[in-house]
Write a new protein. Structure first.
Length: 460
């Protein structure tokens, strides 16, 4: 394999990738509204001579290269979050701009840049005959990830391509990795707490039972759960306890790799007959990030065991959200808002394929443009801070997954989002080299170092 030739081919497609990314950015594509960007990607794949391009029932766009039985997949979610307060943007988030180093606009790093590199990485494979005999390349532009991580792959595995599940050797996630190769991340779940009260006229609040006041107590305990230490005398022991072998004897080392779990109140709702009345209900959403050793039921029980929740007894309900928003095609795939934690073994064959490609192409340390290197003084092999479609790919189904993608985690969901042009080229070259370096004979059945348990719900 001529690695200099691969790098030269990727550099030769730089202008095409820049143009393609700007075209994707120009189509607003929040979750459930991705149709225009899907059509943009489909047209690009067809122009580049993909062997087959399909749109499944949920609206994922899938391009195929090669004709073997076994599959190496490259996944990029193509939905974005909204722009938030428009005044925080210095330029139009969809028109954007480019200079010699960066491309500006919503979705550049998170993560339509990954789609640009993946589409052209597979094109380079075809141009240079880099697809191994017996393999196909599956390039996925997945939808609704920002709303419900991994649900798109639940649909792919269970409805669109169930016959292909056991043929997938591994999946490369193109989520931004700051120049690193990522072998896992914390899981997450979305928890809801509902509190009942009794309304009355605001002129005599003692006649009622104010649900907001009850929730105020619970909010302080949720905050304490995130911020407290785990000392013996601490009533609400903080989530840092999972880094302590005393509280997490089997998985504390994995937890230290991933980082501790966190929780934060992300939304609050209430009902009241009027502004002149006592609130008769109050609810909050909790974003719960889960490290190794934490389970969906342990996280729910942790909230139920908070002193304030116990204090208000049957007036409090703790539950997990479900997700059932229709996709842009109108398809609904209902699932739970639980996204399992996962870590690969560092010596897993699919992880090592990316490591070998990086060493051959770029060396043993992270690379990047000058404007990004302050983010990249870390080990080459690491983990994401946020969550990805890997929660289903490997966390739910055990299909090996590994990450390498253009852009920076810190750009995700931020105003004035950018990605670096050099990263697009770097990633396209690495994707092109990986299939030929994958050593199937080194594959083992225990690639997962840690996978969280699934729930007892009947959810596929």
């Amino acid at each position: 394999m001529d690695f200099n030739q691969i790098k030269s081919a990727a550099a030769g497609y730089s202008a095409d990738m820049n143009r393609f990314l700007r075209a994707m950015i120009s189509h607003p594509s929040e979750s459930c509204e991705e149709k225009d960007v899907v059509m943009c990607i489909k047209a690009e794949m067809e122009k580049l001579g993909y062997d087959k391009v399909e749109i499944d029932g949920l609206g994922n766009v899938i391009g195929w290269m090669g004709d073997g039985e076994k599959i190496i997949a490259i996944d990029s979610h193509i939905d974005t979050v909204g722009v938030g307060n428009r005044d925080n943007w210095t330029h139009d988030p969809y028109e954007g701009y480019e200079d010699d180093a960066v491309i500006y606009g919503r979705g550049g790093s998170d993560q339509e840049g990954g789609m640009a590199s993946a589409v052209y990485g597979a094109k380079i494979m075809k141009d240079m005959g880099l697809i191994p005999a017996g393999y196909r390349i599956m390039v996925v532009g997945s939808v609704q990830e920002e709303d419900c991580d991994g649900m798109c792959w639940q649909y792919i595995v269970n409805k669109a391509y169930p016959q292909e599940k056991d043929k997938i050797e591994f999946v490369i996630s193109t989520e931004p990795t700051d120049g690193g190769i990522y072998r896992g991340h914390r899981g997450r779940m979305e928890i809801r707490v509902d509190v009942k009260g009794v309304s009355c006229h605001g002129s005599a609040p003692e006649r009622g039972d104010n649900a907001i006041y009850k929730m105020a107590d619970i909010l302080q305990d949720v905050r304490a759960l995130n911020e407290n230490d785990d000392a013996d005398g601490t009533e609400v022991k903080g989530l840092v306890k999972m880094l302590n072998p005393k509280y997490n004897p089997e998985h504390y080392e994995d937890a230290r790799f991933l980082g501790r779990g966190t929780c934060t109140t992300s939304q609050i709702f209430f009902t009241s007959p009027s502004r002149c009345a006592v609130a008769d209900s109050c609810s909050i959403s909790i974003d719960r990030r889960m490290t190794a050793g934490e389970t969906w039921d342990s996280c729910l029980q942790e909230i139920r065991d908070l002193p304030s929740v116990k204090k208000y007894g049957d007036d409090v309900k703790v539950s997990m959200y479900m997700y059932d928003r229709p996709s842009w095609t109108g398809e609904v795939y209902e699932t739970e808002c639980y996204f399992p934690t996962w870590i690969n073994k560092e010596n897993a064959a699919h992880v090592q394929a990316l490591v070998d490609a990086h060493h051959a192409l770029f060396g043993g340390e992270r690379i990047g443009p000058d404007g990004a290197m302050h983010l990249r003084h870390r080990p080459l092999i690491d983990k994401w801070t946020f969550s990805t479609n890997g929660v289903s790919i490997q966390g739910r189904y055990g299909i090996p997954c590994v990450g390498f993608g253009p852009g920076a985690e810190s750009q995700a969901h931020a105003p004035n989002e950018i990605t670096w042009k050099q990263d697009l080229v770097t990633c396209a070259a690495l994707y092109a080299a990986v299939p030929g370096l994958y050593k199937e004979e080194n594959k083992t059945s225990d690639v997962s170092q840690f996978r969280a348990t699934l729930t007892d719900n009947d959810i596929q």
